[in-house]
Design a protein around this ligand. Sequence first.
Ligand code: FAD
Length: 300
Amino acid sequence: MLKEFFIGLSQNQFLNAAAQKYGLQLGAQSVVAGTDIHEAIETIKELNKSGISATVDNLGEFVHDREEATAAKNQILGVVEAIHEAGVDAHISLKASQLGLDIDYHFALSNLREIVGAAAKYDMFVNIDMEDYGRLQPSFDILDELSKDYGNVGTVIQAYFHRAEDDIRDYKDYRLRIVKGAYKEPANVAYTEKEEIDRNFIKLIEYHLLHGKFTSVATHDHHIIGHVKKFAEENNIPRDKFEFQMLYGFRRDMQHELASEGYNFTTYVPFGKDWYGYFMRRLAERPQNLNLVAKQVFTP
Ligand code: FAD
């Protein structure tokens, strides 16, 4: 119930627009690294000092007009330059809907092409984050198009989708982030029970570790992390073939612990004014994250 409530809130366009007017609120500052790239770069420098890399998300999604999508493209091009100029260990995460997918496929493709082309000059990886089911196939289509010209692009496989097992085979030659899946999806396309999702998540991770290019295991779930560590060791998977990823602000101790154990580790660093939908999805995933809100509201 609470999950559906927060997912509903995450998609409320009115609240989203209202939130953009006011800086980070409601505890979002615990999980969003500021409203501009300079603040995000400072965070990345701190992470890098601990041997942690970053994937940077200039927050934004569900954009419905061309001007907004073009502005998002220009901002992300600015992020590519800022990462390069600062010399930090970081790459880009973005969403196709932020770059105009809901307006016109070819317009979004051309925006993404510009970003991936700019990042390629610096040998910087660009990850196309995966959104809800309706945007899944067009996002794969964009990836197919871009990978004809560029090798610095990859995407996400969401374990709750029935089709994920086919997708991971089709995209095994890509660098892939594997996650459980964050959106509310109907039972005809997605597993809805935690046990089924976890089982598929492990199956997909093991497949990509054994047969794929590079695997980013993105989870805060210590059971899954423990399993992956053991599986990698037992199957002699070299450490440079995979990494763990977590979101900025979550399980910080475990992030540092994994990095200090010698695992490649990347923190997902979101920043920007469009923090609302991202933050509500984090509350939907784990209502205990409401503690973050309580701490911010009730402490000075
Ligand atoms: P959960 O299923 O939320 O938790 C499992 C168990 O882990 C919990 O029961 C608890 O015991 C423990 N646990 C979890 N969190 C905590 C915590 N904070 N403190 C203590 N214990 C905890 N989804 C998409 O749909 N598309 C994407 O592109 C995408 N990109 C992502 C990128 C990254 C780096 C990460 C980490 C997630 C991404 N997600 C994405 C979200 C993902 O799909 C899940 O919704 C989200 O990660 C929650 O699932 P989980 O695997 O972390 O563990």
